[in-house]
Write a protein that binds this ligand. Structure first.
Ligand SMILES: NC(=O)c1ccc[n+]([C@@H]2O[C@H](COP(=O)([O-])OP(=O)(O)OC[C@H]3O[C@@H](n4cnc5c(N)ncnc54)[C@H](OP(=O)(O)O)[C@@H]3O)[C@@H](O)[C@H]2O)c1
Length: 261
């Protein structure tokens, strides 16, 4: 097989939530594959740190602070990327939040709005801005970080609702924008050890219970998403659109059968 299909050389990638966790690992993976990477999140310092890490190993990167739920900031983010590089080939909508871990019964309006605005509304309008650029340049790839929480009910409440909506939004954007050679796909991780998911793995007892539910008998590391991101971003995935790729160690298939340890 021609492995150069996985190359992202000459492509410009923008990653939201790129300063930590899954986004940081994806930024490294795309840069390693040859892309010029724009690392974005609310706090500039974290973005600069990742951009510097990439540059230190010979990659191309830039940091831009932007809040995905502030549409004026998204507009200026896309303008900055296109004025700097003249194009945008890959958008990874990865910024996400979950400000409330608790029963739906007591969720308040403020945390509902934050979750919806960051995980869903911001993702949609940034995609729309990016898609207009991609349409004019002849195509592109949009990758949305969803969650297995968007595929089956869990205790993460409204967060799961936003991720289910991200999966459907992925499908409808793929259906509408395929005619412009814009592919839109999602990744649905299980528990990946990041700051966002700390409540699901940091405490040893909670960790043990979580691991027991994973057929691979371990939680995921952010770097384990990198291969899927590069596949979807590159020509290796050129006929894949409207797809959600699950990266969860097998969790959606149920607890490990016949556990031996
Ligand atoms: N970890 C998991 O187990 C897991 C599982 C399934 C799905 N996911 C999804 O994976 C994505 C990445 O999460 P993660 O686990 O890597 O979390 P993380 O390590 O906490 O990183 C979250 C990133 O999002 C940025 N961010 C947060 N709010 C933002 C906003 N309003 N505008 C722009 N950037 C914002 C953060 O930087 P700033 O603070 O600088 O803004 C940070 O870069 C999320 O969409 C999450 O829902 C995670």
């Amino acid at each position: 097989m021609n492995l150069s299909l996985f190359s992202c050389e000459g492509k410009v990638a923008l990653i939201t939530g790129g300063s930590r966790g899954i986004g940081r690992a994806a930024a490294h993976a795309l840069a390693d594959a040859g892309a010029t990477v724009v690392v974005s999140s609310r706090k500039l310092a974290g973005n600069e740190e990742v951009a510097e890490e990439i540059k230190a190993k010979g990659g191309k990167a830039m940091a831009i602070a932007s809040h995905v739920a502030k549409l004026d900031e998204s507009k200026s983010l896309i303008e900055k990327v296109t004025s700097e590089f003249g194009r945008l080939d890959i958008l990874m909508n990865n910024a996400g939040t979950n400000p409330y871990y608790g029963p739906l019964m007591y969720q308040d309006e403020k945390t509902w709005d934050i979750t919806m605005n960051v995980n869903l509304k911001g993702l949609f309008f940034l995609s729309q801005l990016a898609a207009r650029v991609m349409k004019d340049q002849g195509g592109g790839s949009i990758i949305n970080t969803a969650s297995i929480g968007g595929m089956r009910a869990s205790d993460l409440g409204v967060y799961c609702v936003t991720k289910a909506a991200v999966i459907m939004l992925t499908n409808v954007m793929a259906k509408e924008w395929g005619q412009h050679n814009i592919r839109v796909n999602a990744i649905a991780p299980g528990i990946i050890k990041t700051r966002l998911s700390e409540q699901l793995w940091k405490d040893p007892e909670v960790n043990k219970a979580a691991v027991a539910k994973v057929p691979l008998l371990r939680l995921g590391e952010p770097e384990e998403l990198g291969g899927v991101v590069v596949f979807l971003a590159s020509d290796a995935g050129s006929y894949v659109t409207g797809e959600t790729i699950v990266v969860d160690g097998g969790v959606l298939h149920g607890e490990p059968a016949h556990p031996e340890k």
